[in-house]
Ligand binder design. Structure first.
Ligand SMILES: [Fe+2]
Ligand SMILES: [Fe+2]
Length: 310
């Protein structure tokens, strides 16, 4: 008998936990291979001189249907898609925040994130990060619509905005860790969604997923270049930040009345374990990637030092 395959390797209609893990590993090898990660960061100098968006493969929206969800309650899958939509907004404020923290220290990176601003803070030209990110929320709300037949009314997150202290370097480190955390979280969740889907649904999620891997690689490389923080300490800082976000969201969820009330606690635990598995598999892959990020390679990409240190 010939086994069916999709972007996550072998496909079965009712995968068990181990089969889902195998699909996660397959996806990590496909989208987070060492050459892929290095390619994303090697793209930085050409982004600075000639900004360009990562092209998306066409998505067959009409072909997306709930029967392409596998190994998870479809209602829960849709709830996570709705959560992804909310987390992606408001991108303009996010990129303005990044621009604020970066422009004095690494103007090219600030440009990549937040583009160019008028003196009053309004947008002159959007950065590539912002252009790529602003496709995500609409894509996820479209996916949600094709899965459920209803539209989400996303409640965008509140953004603190640029709040400098008198330690510009510490501010930049904190900010970079926060951006890495959200990209890491997005990669983990989107990869999990891909492990639990097939067909047009899975192909649609593959587009934002690849953008997030691209961003995560770039920000990670930037942080390895800019700060002397040891690898494991940085992983620790990133995880702490991410768990704070999750805790905050869980609190909001318990206060909210609009989310599903049915008892899916046991399922939620299994899927929580799967997402943590994805998260740690990415750490392992990034550890394997570190030898590629030599000082000379990073200097070639990003310059010799931060503007402040010069
Ligand atoms: Fe995104
Ligand atoms: Fe991203």
């Amino acid at each position: 008998m010939k086994l069916a395959t999709d972007l996550a390797g072998s496909f079965t209609a009712n995968p068990n936990y181990l089969q889902i893990r195998a699909r996660i590993n397959f996806l990590i090898d496909r989208y987070l291979s060492i050459p892929t990660l290095s390619g994303h960061i090697a793209d930085l100098p050409s982004q600075f001189t000639n900004p360009h968006q990562r092209p998306w493969e066409p998505i067959d929206w009409q072909a997306i249907s709930p029967d392409q969800i596998i190994g998870v309650d479809p209602e829960m899958f849709a709830m996570i898609v709705a959560g992804a939509t909310e987390i992606e907004a408001p991108i303009r404020q996010y990129s303005q925040e990044s621009w604020g923290y970066m422009q004095a220290l690494h103007p090219q990176m600030a440009y990549f994130m937040g583009g160019e601003q008028h003196p009053d803070g309004s947008l002159k030209k959007a950065g590539i990060w912002e252009k790529e990110e602003r496709q995500h929320a609409p894509a996820f709300s479209k996916i949600y619509y094709h899965l459920t037949g209803s539209k989400i009314q996303p409640k965008p997150n509140t953004v603190l905005g640029y709040q400098p202290s008198d330690d510009t370097m510490a501010d930049l480190y904190q900010h970079t860790v926060s951006r890495i955390s959200t990209e890491w979280g997005a990669v983990s969740v989107y990869l999990w969604l891909m492990a639990h889907s097939t067909g047009a649904l899975q192909q649609a999620i593959a587009q934002p997923l690849q953008d997030e891997v691209n961003h995560l690689s770039k920000f990670w490389g930037f942080s390895r270049w800019a700060f002397p923080t040891p690898f494991w300490q940085q992983c620790n800082d990133v995880s702490k930040y991410l768990f704070d976000i999750i805790r905050h969201q869980k609190q909001e969820r318990t206060h909210g009345q609009d989310l599903i009330q049915k008892s899916i606690a046991a399922d939620e635990l299994v899927h929580g374990i799967e997402v943590i598995f994805v998260f740690t598999r990415i750490i392992v892959r990034f550890r394997e990637w570190q030898p590629e990020l030599s000082n000379s390679f990073l200097h070639h990409l990003l310059g010799s030092e931060l503007a402040l240190a010069a």
